[in-house]
Design a protein around this ligand. Sequence first.
Ligand SMILES: [Mg+2]
Length: 173
Amino acid sequence: MDITPAWLRERGLRAVLFDLDNTLVPYKTYGEAPQGLLEWLEALKEAGIQVMLVSNGSRRRVRYWCEKLGVPGFGPAGKPWFGFRKALRRLALAPREVAVVGDQLFTDVLGGNLIGAYTVLVPPLSKREMGYTRLVRKLERWVLQNPSLGLAAWGNEEFDPKEPRQEPTISKE
Ligand SMILES: [Mg+2]
């Protein structure tokens, strides 16, 4: 929620493509969206920022959350290779006008960078993940914390992609 209309505007960004699981809501959860989340999404939209979910989750799950959150979106998107270009076409925007926000380096951030979008990596909301994702996290951690790879953005030692950034607020499954 640190992503504000002003922050986006400063960077020339006119739309945000959000990942769903562990970015906006904890993995596998259903239920009511937290009021703060809804208000923040509403504030983005009111400021003229287009918002879209691009998720690798099931069609049913993505549809459920699009409705709850009041934003358009689609899934399964096939990130990192597919999905973002489709979103750009739907929004009729150039890659440099779009931010991609997600919790995974090898789906969200890689996919966003492959199309030339502005990417934002956030710590996951929940420690619960698919077995496969947990495996990929090990590689992700290695990449993010290896200084010789020169990822200057990771000067922030407090950032640990394995640590959930807050208690999940949605628990009904
Ligand atoms: Mg995710």
